[in-house]
Design a binder for this molecule. Structure first.
Ligand SMILES: Nc1ncnc2c1ncn2[C@@H]1O[C@H](COP(=O)(O)OP(=O)(O)OP(=O)(O)O)[C@@H](O)[C@H]1O
Length: 526
């Protein structure tokens, strides 16, 4: 407790921190699953400076990213904790680290990349010396999900970490992650060979975040500015945009038209500018960071009071992580998401083009597009508690009564009813099947389904189809939800046709026509 206050300047422990600290000090292996911003670092940084414990000496922390390591090392040094970074291949750094580790003034923490811990040469011999002399306190595997081939962040070098248990059987291991999927959790534990570990798993609910989702109609700048000025004048926030150009334009307008302290950030900025912008934001000189998702990994600013999504995020997991950067200090923060159907197409197109113009494999493409449509479903589901919806994605059953009306849907009021739309789902699938040869987009299909009298529908003769107007009794939102559900789950899929500018037009296609399960949607009755 004295260390918590004196060194870390914190008043009390958060959930599971003390349990993790006590378990590792007692020499046990520990697995910690905590949401983003939950306070994982303290679980190993505090024991590292405790004199009492079953094991003593140096704590080795394996972390995947250099940027994360540098931030943590600097922050610990600023607290007066002797910490070293051992990440480079340079002989100078290695000999300095070795000198320190062999001296009587050993550092409390050594941060390494997994590559560095691949046990050969200098690392192996110094670890063996420390082990023999009882100076190896524990191994910490941060971002432990990188060891699991289940996840999207798999890192080859993490797989070599099983040797830690084999070579140093008496040294406790602590693995920490914010990736909740049950399959990956078991995988991590078995790969690190810490089967008997103390498991500290907690809800992913971020109690202090208020989730609001709004449909974007036209420009949202004015409404965004009103939101910021009314609720967050002089507060720090992040606005996530899909495209780099949008970031630049939005930041410029916020500055020049509305006098707000905003800057933009994206992957194409030169490194020096990235550092300068981040520094300005970190220090509070710039309040609003308008960024693509390139901004965020390793960002630790405790007092971010709002995160706005200017358009739909790519996946629910991404949404959870991006909004998770708000309110890390535990105080209330707002997460406002603006979306439009066109975002889904834009995202699908971005995914199709892939990273660095490396198109994804067909399976990855399908999986990621489903992810986009899951976000679309989430946005359109104006009935069910947002937390229940988000946490279901992480296999967690969240009782909406515990939301505390901290989401737009729970604060709305009115009864929620279920609507069996199985009949409409079958009709929609048949309609897409019949019109497939005419290459129909989602917007066009919805026009036919609702019985629009538009010239486009008539020109193609779609108003003569027997299912023309089959969905006219449904309200527009329910029709949208129907399509999103059919693409996200089963029934419909998307087909891309490249035009001369390199953009794909996305057409609907049928994926399953005969075995469609029943489909029930939730709606709010006011
Ligand atoms: N006991 C505590 N009381 C108050 N604030 C805390 C406490 N523990 C941690 N914090 C603060 O919470 C924030 C998040 O902590 P930390 O960076 O360890 O989170 P994390 O779980 O590692 O998140 P991420 O997965 O994003 O890396 C930090 O600003 C930290 O100072």
């Amino acid at each position: 407790m004295a260390k918590l206050r004196g060194v870390f300047n914190l008043q009390s422990f958060r959930q599971n921190q003390l349990e993790a600290i006590n378990a590792t000090l007692a020499g046990k292996d520990v697995f910690v699953l905590m949401p983003t911003g939950g306070g994982k670092s303290l679980c190993y940084q505090l024991p590292a400076i405790c004199e009492k414990g079953a094991t003593r000496g140096v704590t080795f922390v394996v972390s995947p990213l250099l940027a994360l390591i540098s931030d943590q090392v600097n922050a610990l040094k600023a607290k007066g904790i002797s910490t070293v970074q051992w990440t480079s291949d340079s002989g100078d750094q290695t000999s300095e680290v070795l000198r320190l580790l062999r001296s009587s003034r050993k550092p409390k923490l050594v941060y390494v990349t997994p590559e560095k811990l691949q046990l050969n040469g200098a690392t192996k011999s110094v670890l063996a010396e420390l082990y023999r002399s009882g100076n190896l306190a524990r191994f910490v595997i941060d971002e432990a999900h990188c060891i699991s081939t289940w996840g999207r962040d798999f890192r080859e070098a993490y797989t070599g970490l099983h040797v830690l248990r084999e070579e140093y059987p008496n040294v406790p291991i602590m693995a920490l992650t914010a990736t909740a999927n049950q399959g990956s959790v078991n995988d991590i534990i078995s790969r690190l060979k810490i089967e008997g570990c103390v498991k500290l798993v907690q809800s992913f609910n971020r109690k202090n975040l208020n989730y609001i989702v709004e449909r974007r109609k036209g420009s949202i700048l004015a409404s965004m500015v009103e939101f910021i000025q009314e609720k967050h004048a002089n507060h720090t926030g992040i606005i996530y945009c899909l495209a780099r150009k949008t970031c630049e334009d939005v930041a410029k307008t916020l500055r020049e038209t509305y006098g707000l302290k905003a800057r933009h950030y994206h992957a194409q900025l030169p490194t020096s500018e990235k550092e300068e912008v981040q520094q300005q934001w970190q220090s509070g000189k710039c309040l609003i960071m308008v960024a693509t998702i390139a901004f965020g990994m390793g960002v630790d600013k405790a007092d971010v009071r709002f995160v706005i999504h200017h358009s739909m995020p790519k996946s629910l997991e991404g949404y959870y992580q991006e909004t998770g950067r708000a309110g890390r200090d535990g105080l209330p923060a707002d997460c406002l998401l603006y979306w439009a159907w066109s975002d889904a197409n834009q995202l699908a197109n971005m995914i199709k083009r892939g990273n660095d113009n490396q198109p994804p494999s067909p399976e990855t493409l399908e999986h990621q597009i489903e992810g986009v449509y899951m976000v679309a479903r989430f946005c359109m589901n104006g009935a069910q508690c947002r937390r229940t919806q988000i946490l279901r994605y992480f296999d967690e059953d969240f009782d909406p009564r515990n939301c505390g009306k901290l989401c737009d849907n729970c604060s709305e009021g009115g009864a929620i009813i279920t609507e069996d739309v199985s009949k409409y789902a079958k009709e929609m699938i048949r309609l897409v099947d019949d019109l497939e040869n005419d290459n129909v987009t989602q917007a066009q299909i919805l026009e036919v389904f609702r019985g629009s009298r538009s010239a486009g529908v008539k020109a193609k003769g779609h108003d003569r189809h027997p299912l023309y107007g089959a969905g006219q009794d449904m309200n527009a939102m329910l029709r949208d939800q129907l399509v999103a559900a059919l693409v996200a789950e089963s029934g419909l899929t998307l087909k891309y046709v490249l035009n001369s500018q390199g953009w794909s037009t996305i057409y609907l296609r049928v994926s399953v026509s005969d075995t469609l399960p029943s489909l029930v949607l939730l709606i709010r009755q006011m």
